[in-house]
Ligand binder design. Structure first.
Ligand code: ADP
Ligand code: MG
Length: 268
């Protein structure tokens, strides 16, 4: 499997402010890479560097073997798509919203979408199960449906790299699983590299092929879920007592929290 996105000792950040530095990892086509780490550890900052919303201060970020800063805005939009945490609340229909994903493919002075654009939009609305909602307003959708529409819009860009910043935040467990099953299916079927910021360590363990654990603006540890999600790493980074046992079905590490009351009972 070849590498889609490669970071080599990358440093990005806000001018005179927070930076993430020394970031090195690769995201392969057809796999899901999870970025985990406590609040404020720099996950979203790193994402902004990868989207080129923040400038690269040091090192290199390569997308499909090309330096990110050498790609035009249009090339970037054709190669990567971003699904952000808070879905944009547009007063437009789902179909119109998903069609926005085709914008990078418009020819100069082209006012309307082509038959190909319409075909692609329909295809991804069906794949994400929002085709039935296509005439509804985005504002009328539930959080889970908005997230699906947002993924459909990103896919309509036909990217090689899909970036998702906490796509399952604020969703109930059935919608969390629905979104992540879909993302997993898409990465396999379309051979897309997925980079996912995810808070839930158990979902990260279950769905990600590779994990990057951030702490205080640096990569604390990276590797398979088994390599990253042990109690020592989690306790060091999250400053929280946990028990890690294999999930009975998948055998992936599952993380259990320990209450203060239970801690006192153990200490006795
Ligand atoms: P995470 O996504 O891991 O929770 P962030 O990357 O959002 O963390 O934030 C890391 C740090 O960057 C925080 O200390 C935050 O205050 C700071 N930060 C976030 N946004 C900005 C900004 N627009 N300007 C300056 N600093 C920021
Ligand atoms: Mg964040």
């Amino acid at each position: 499997m070849s590498i889609c996105l490669e970071l080599e000792n990358a440093q990005v950040g806000y001018t005179n402010g927070f930076t993430v530095s020394g970031i090195s990892f690769g995201a392969k086509f057809g796999t899901i890479t999870g970025i985990i780490g406590p609040n404020g550890s720099g996950k979203s900052t790193l994402f902004k560097g990868i989207c080129a919303d923040l400038p690269l201060q040091q090192g290199a970020i390569l997308l499909d073997n090309k330096h990110l800063e050498k790609l035009s805005l249009l090339e970037k939009a054709q190669k990567m798509a971003v699904v952000t945490q808070f879905t944009d609340k547009y007063a437009i229909s789902v179909e119109e919203y998903v069609m926005l994903g085709r914008t990078p493919y418009r020819k100069p002075f082209q006012m309307f979408e082509t038959a190909t654009d319409r075909h692609i939009v329909e295809h991804y609305m069906k794949l994400t199960d929002v085709f039935r909602l296509r005439h509804k307003q985005m504002l009328q959708l539930s959080g889970g449906e908005q997230q699906l529409a947002s993924i459909a819009r990103a896919l309509a860009q036909e990217p090689q790299l899909l970036l998702l910043d906490e796509p399952t935040a604020h969703l109930d467990i059935s919608h969390q699983v629905q979104i992540l099953d879909l993302v997993q299916h898409l990465s396999n079927k379309l051979n897309i590299a997925v980079l996912l910021i995810i808070h839930d360590l158990n979902l990260a363990s279950e769905y990600c092929d590779f994990l990057v654990m951030m702490n205080e603006g640096c990569v604390f540890v990276k590797g398979s879920p088994e390599e990253v999600l042990n109690y020592k790493n989690i306790e060091t980074v999250y400053k929280t007592l946990v028990v890690v046992e294999p999930n009975p079905l998948s055998k992936k590490p599952a993380v259990f929290l320990v209450s203060e009351k239970m801690k006192r009972q153990i200490d006795k």
